[in-house]
Ligand binder design. Structure first.
Ligand code: PLP
Length: 443
């Protein structure tokens, strides 16, 4: 633990955090030499572990060759190459890539691009963005406005842009027993159409959702058919579909892009965390040819931008990460390891009286903790277990991502697991051992 007075402004002013000094494969190491299995890749970031040689070398090479060239004056080789490789492998006709420094910036850029697209096409009245409750799209004001997590929004509410929030597709908690998954998916997707009609179809610019909900719900995929219907509804009304794959993209769910499993492509796609894999801060917004063309053939100028867009060193890291994913077909490995992890979690925790659901895709898994698993009753918010589980896990040398309940005022605590793609089955067993000891210490 840190002994001397710190001048860093941490997120939690009362946390006494260990000092990380090293990273080796799936492990982080602190000053005491304690090794932590990175079971959540921080927040689903470190998909290649902490010592990938190809990415480290690419970063070093790029710093030595060219550290920075402002994109108002130059493009750069790594940014061009990374955009090419992303566009070549992206679903649908997503063939233009706009680089940013992280997830919130990707979402801000997507919201502004959606707005400018409609303005350029002569529909300036389209200004409404529809999002979902219990979602997270980032912490900047636009992205926070889109997010539907009451706790994160609360104190900033007066600063937020008004946006609509419809129901998420959250089968475990919200599908009645007498409704089939198909009917449930159709019903919640149709909330989008109802909201578009309520706002006036000509006034809606876009709908944003995570294909697999990460931080707020804990690796919750939609039921089959939900996103196909969402796509149809958007198309019917000229509403752009923005998919936020900041957390679930870049191979995390066993597909390079999570929406591939849904058989649809969005008009705008946001990625970040796994793109830089923690080696550099980088995110991106991909958009379809028609969206790009509306700007290119209109004003020709996207009214947006940050100093560090397309940073050459960050792009070089992203390029090396993507090459690692593609050259070793890591998404396929993630699918196989993900199946193993799901089975192993079910075997260990499937009957636990306080674990109501174990879910997810690929190496993106969530455990939902409940007071009563028969009735699915969440813990009382005052007795939230998420923070205690994080602390107990750290003591056991395990990093996992906790989140207190978000079911609109009710507590549905969960833990998110997003281990590195390089984890072997034995590594995953080790992670589960540590997790099991942490859970035993709390519940
Ligand atoms: N969107 C999603 C789905 C996220 O999970 C996050 C971060 O957790 C963000 C956006 C914001 O990304 P960042 O923290 O890089 O700004």
């Amino acid at each position: 633990m840190s002994a001397k007075q710190s001048h860093v402004f941490p997120r939690n002013c009362h946390a006494d955090l260990p000092v990380a000094v090293g990273g080796e494969g799936c492990y982080l190491i602190d000053t005491e030499g304690k090794r932590y299995f990175d079971g959540s890749g921080g927040a689903a970031v470190s998909c290649l572990g902490h010592s990938n040689e190809r990415v480290r070398e690419a970063v070093k090479r790029q710093v030595d060759q060219l550290a920075f060239a402002h994109t108002g004056f130059f493009t750069s080789e790594p940014a061009e190459a990374l955009a090419d490789l992303l566009a070549t492998n992206a679903p649908g006709d997503l063939d233009r890539v706009y680089f940013v420094s992280g997830g919130s910036e990707a979402v801000e850029s997507a919201i502004k691009l959606a707005r400018q697209y409609h303005v350029e096409r002569g529909e300036p009245q389209r200004r409404h963005l529809i999002a979902r409750r219990q979602s997270y799209h980032g912490n900047t004001l636009g992205a926070l406005s889109a997010g539907g997590n009451a706790w994160r929004r609360q104190q900033f509410a007066p600063l937020l842009v008004e946006m609509s929030h419809i129901a998420p597709c959250y089968e475990y908690a919200e599908r009645p027993e007498d409704e089939s998954p198909e009917d449930y998916g159709r019903r919640v997707a149709d909330e989008l159409e109802t909201e578009i009609q309520r706002l006036g179809p000509d006034s809606v610019m876009a709908f944003i959702a995570e294909p697999v909900v990460g931080a707020t719900l804990g690796a919750v995929p939609a039921v089959p058919g939900y996103f196909k219907r969402v796509r149809e509804i958007c198309d019917r009304h000229g509403v752009l579909l923005i998919l936020d794959e900041v957390m679930c993209g870049m191979g995390r769910t066993g597909h390079l892009f999570a929406c591939e499993a849904e058989g649809i492509a969005p008009d705008i796609l946001c990625i970040a965390k796994g793109l830089g894999a923690g080696y550099q801060p980088i995110g991106a917004m991909l958009c379809s040819a028609p969206v790009y063309d509306a700007i290119a053939n209109g004003s020709g100028f996207f009214q947006h931008g940050h100093t560090y867009v397309g940073h050459p060193v960050a792009a070089a890291a992203g390029l090396a990460v993507l090459r690692e994913l593609l050259d070793h077909d890591l998404p396929a490995q993630v699918r196989a390891r993900g199946d193993y992890l799901q089975s192993a979690l079910e075997a260990r925790f499937g009957q636990h009286p306080h674990i109501g659901d174990i879910r997810g895709r690929g190496l993106f898994r969530g455990l939902e903790f409940v007071a009563d698993r028969t009735t699915k009753t969440p813990f009382d918010p005052a007795r939230s277990v998420a923070g205690k589980l994080k602390k107990a896990a750290m003591a056991e040398g395990l990093i996992c991502y906790p989140m207190p309940g978000t079911r609109d005022g009710k507590a549905g605590d969960h833990l998110l697991l997003a281990p590195p793609f390089i984890a072997s089955e034995a590594d995953l067993d080790e992670m589960i051992e540590r997790l099991s000891r942490a859970i035993d210490a709390v519940l």
